[in-house]
Design a protein around this ligand. Structure first.
Ligand SMILES: Cc1cc2nc3c(=O)[nH]c(=O)nc-3n(C[C@H](O)[C@H](O)[C@H](O)COP(=O)(O)OP(=O)(O)OC[C@H]3O[C@@H](n4cnc5c(N)ncnc54)[C@H](O)[C@@H]3O)c2cc1C
Ligand code: HEM
Length: 397
């Protein structure tokens, strides 16, 4: 909890810090990467840095944490901390690196806010930073211990499947022949690859099914958007990685995991595009565990030809005693599916439905609004974002 004198100072300076967040973030990363180029090369996503999008996640979450401490001093924002700690855990962030980030974040704040940063103001924000950092370090330590073993492990590609023109599935087995630990449906791994210029870049990929006890499976969409550079890691995986090659993977992390409830709660699994990956793992788990309550599966895609994992998706749903599948395609919708964007207005939902969402933000916003209109409790709606979670830091409605 924040001390009383710091709380007053943080409250008074929060509007100024919030208003300057964009500039603070810019200066922070410039200083951090000038002093530590290896962090940009081998740890941070340099595509996100180059495009300038989603850079505010780190500093923005410190401001969101401060707001939380002021508004609800008795509570810790556990959901926010867990999301960040899982991401950090999968990236192998270390305790020492928190000092480096602190140094450059506070240098940026002092530079941008100038004389407004009196010793008192600096001390108050210092307290906020270390409350958050120490809470994160503790959770990250626990997550690492639960997983045991090294942060990175070599996995050999034993199968590569073309799902669609832009999506490939990679099945992997530990190169050391050792055991594969269980994961929870909905979790992801970080994948670290060495690129042509010597950089090692890391991205997260959801485990996309239940391929067997000795294997892990990821399904990767290559990012090719007209006008912007091709995505580095997804295109590297598509262009270069074949059966017999070795990839470095973290253990599974991620706090958006399926909780089907001891009472067999009715579930909704809604995805769009490549957001299908964690939903397929969830369906596989439900099919394996003999889930009996109603399961409503919703998926939206550009066309049937771009719908990755469709066969698995439908086969797992078919194994469930009470599942309904609703599909939307913007183009070429065949009979039995719907044309256009997902619209849940006419989809019946059992009372007490728990919903899991994964897809682009506009899709998740639209589905969330429709679910709330249909009476689903906001607390029963969970979502995964395939990028820094700006919803979480309160930066995107
Ligand atoms: C929890 C989680 C789970 C995920 N699960 C999956 C999954 O199951 N399957 C999957 O395919 N993906 C998944 N992702 C997304 C994945 O991690 C990557 O973000 C994705 O593969 C793109 O990475 P990339 O290296 O190819 O693109 P990046 O190189 O990271 O590029 C990302 C974007 O930035 C743009 N960009 C890059 N450089 C510049 C520049 N200089 N100027 C302007 N724009 C630029 C690119 O055009 C691209 O649109 C997941 C993400 C998370 C966080
Ligand atoms: C109190 C300190 C910190 C806070 C509040 C913080 C906050 C965040 C947040 C909010 C995200 C986005 C999470 C998501 O939604 O997926 C993130 C991601 C990340 N963080 Fe931290 N972080 C802190 C410290 C660090 C440290 C010490 C490092 C290592 C030097 C680090 C490296 C990263 C990286 C590499 C990412 C992934 C984003 C990317 O690759 O561009 N963070 N952090």
């Amino acid at each position: 909890m924040l001390s009383e004198q710091s709380a007053a100072t943080v409250r008074a300076t929060l509007p100024a810090v919030g208003a300057a967040l964009g500039t603070i973030t810019e200066r922070f990363y410039a200083g951090l990467f000038e002093a530590h180029p290896e962090l940009l090369r081998d740890l941070f996503n340099r595509g996100n840095q180059a495009s300038g999008t989603q850079r505010q996640a780190l500093a923005g979450s410190v401001a969101a944490f401060a707001t939380h401490l002021l508004d609800r001093p008795g509570q810790r924002p556990d959901a926010m901390l867990a999301r960040i700690a899982h991401k950090h855990g999968s990236l192998g962030v270390t305790q020492e690196q928190y000092r480096i980030v602190h140094e450059h974040l506070f240098a940026a704040i002092a530079e941008v806010l100038g004389d407004a940063v009196t010793p008192e103001v600096a001390a108050a924000w210092d307290e906020v930073y270390w409350l958050m950092a120490n809470a994160l370090v503790a959770v990250e330590q626990r997550l690492r211990e639960e997983r045991g073993g090294p942060a990175w492990r070599a996995w050999e590609v034993v199968e590569r499947v073309t799902e669609t023109a832009d999506v490939a599935t990679f099945r992997l087995r530990p190169a050391d022949g050792g055991p594969v630990r269980d994961f929870l449906a909905g979790q992801y791994v970080s994948v670290r690859v060495a690129l042509a210029d010597g950089a090692r870049q890391i991205r997260q990929y959801s485990l996309s099914g239940a391929p067997g006890p000795d294997l892990r499976q990821i399904s990767v969409k290559r990012m090719r958007e007209g006008g912007a550079p091709d995505g580095e890691v997804s295109n590297h995986l598509h262009a270069r990685v074949r059966v017999g090659d070795v990839l470095e993977l973290s253990e599974p992390y991620g706090d958006l995991v399926l909780d089907a409830g001891p009472d067999d709660t009715p579930l909704l699994l809604a995805s769009a595009g490549i957001g299908v990956t964690p939903m397929t793992a969830m369906l596989a788990h439900l099919a394996d565990s003999g889930h009996r309550a109603p399961v409503t599966v919703v998926h939206a895609d550009r066309s049937p030809a771009t719908h990755a994992l469709r066969t698995d998706h439908e086969a797992y749903a078919a194994k469930l005693p009470d599942a309904a599948v609703h599909l939307w395609y913007e183009q070429d919708a065949p009979a039995g599916t719907h044309p256009g964007l997902a619209d849940l207005t006419g989809v019946p939902l059992a009372p007490g439905t728990r919903a899991y969402l994964c897809g682009p933000l506009p899709f998740m916003r639209a589905v969330r609004t429709q679910l709330i209109t249909k009476g689903v409790a906001p607390a029963d709606i969970y979502y995964e974002v395939f990028g820094p979670d700006l919803w979480l830091a309160g930066q995107s409605a």
